[in-house]
Design a binder for this molecule. Structure first.
Ligand SMILES: Nc1ncnc2c1ncn2[C@@H]1O[C@H](COP(=O)(O)OP(=O)(O)OP(=O)(O)O)[C@@H](O)[C@H]1O
Length: 301
């Protein structure tokens, strides 16, 4: 078996040397071929695509956070080589969502061992940007914007901007076109989601399932995002859907067009994409051949 490790050296401000050495020893022990690809932050998708064509791995392990998972997934789109996640980012939202072990070496071990493959969706925005986890316009996008100007990475730096972003938040008008019908709302935040929860583990989109070929648009119309997030930290139940729906309107769709009166900053998977007046969003169902375990709550035998 040939395995490719895709390593983001800066994600989560974590030194990956110890993990890489452990992964090498493990592969050596079992006669598994291992190669490394280190990201640079520039042209990673295209360079990784070339690497995958040349090396033809049987399995790919994405070592980093959500941005690395998305980048690896995009590079694998044409090849269908299966990919798993080793969570070594800041928030690791996608890994949490998919029940990946917190321990990097255990997660890698699971990738080597597993026979469980699940189709994983990706969201496409304006034919230009993609998201595998969730993105938004509004409060969280403001937090990401402030965070991106920080020297330091990591969860503490991110959390620091949370309350000020809520205090500064303002209502804005948004229209959403679904199947030719226009829905108009006033919102503090509009979330475009493939999954259920933020990296904190708080469920914002109880209907989310990254394997179902659908995306959700969550229009938060109450300023109390903090309350909503605390609500989301409670256990998932049918009740939670209706509780979240007190704060937000949820649309479950394959595609939609979202229009704002003024251009708004959009963050996708924690990355800023600039300001946009219009967002044409659609799901790419089963874009990634995802290496899962049966710990994934979406797994069905
Ligand atoms: N060698 C590098 N130097 C600088 N930036 C890099 C490098 N490699 C990748 N990047 C950047 O890292 C970002 C992706 O990081 P990623 O999301 O995986 O980690 P994180 O932000 O720490 O974790 P999380 O998304 O889980 O909070 C992308 O913006 C990418 O361009």
């Amino acid at each position: 078996m040939k395995v490719l490790l895709v390593v983001n050296p800066i994600s989560g401000s974590t030194d990956k040397t110890e993990f890489i050495n452990q992964a090498k020893s493990l592969c050596q022990k079992y006669g598994i071929e291992l190669e490394e690809f280190h990201t640079t932050g520039k042209d990673d998708v295209i360079n990784l695509e070339h690497k995958v064509k040349e090396y033809t791995p049987d399995k790919v392990a994405s070592v980093g956070g959500d941005g690395t998972t998305l980048m690896t997934s995009l590079a694998l789109l044409g090849s269908h080589a299966p990919m798993g996640i080793v969570p070594l980012g800041s928030a690791n939202g996608m890994a949490k969502e998919l029940g990946v072990s917190h321990d990097p070496l255990t997660a890698f071990h699971d990738i080597l061992l597993t026979q469980v493959k699940m189709p994983l969706d990706i969201i496409k925005v304006n034919s230009e940007f993609c998201s595998i986890h969730l993105g938004d316009v509004g409060i969280n996008a403001t937090i990401v914007e402030k965070y991106s100007k920080e020297e330091e990475r990591g969860w503490a730096a991110y959390a620091k901007h949370f309350f000020s972003a809520i205090a500064e938040s303002e209502l804005f008008n948004v229209s959403i076109e679904i199947d030719g019908e226009i829905k108009k709302h006033e919102a503090y935040t509009v979330i475009i989601a493939n999954t259920r929860m933020y990296g904190t583990g708080a469920v914002i989109n109880p209907k989310g399932n990254p394997h179902d070929g659908l995306l959700e648009i969550v229009v938060v119309h109450k300023r109390n995002l903090e309350g909503l997030i605390n609500l989301g930290l409670s256990t998932i139940s049918e009740d939670l859907v209706s509780k979240v729906e007190d704060h937000a309107k949820i649309y479950q769709v394959e595609k939609a067009k979202i229009t704002f009166e003024e251009p708004k900053t959009l963050q996708l998977d924690g990355e800023l994409t600039g300001k946009h007046k219009e967002l044409c969003i659609e799901i790419i169902p089963g874009a990634v051949n995802y290496l899962s375990t049966t710990d994934n709550i979406f797994y069905k035998p």
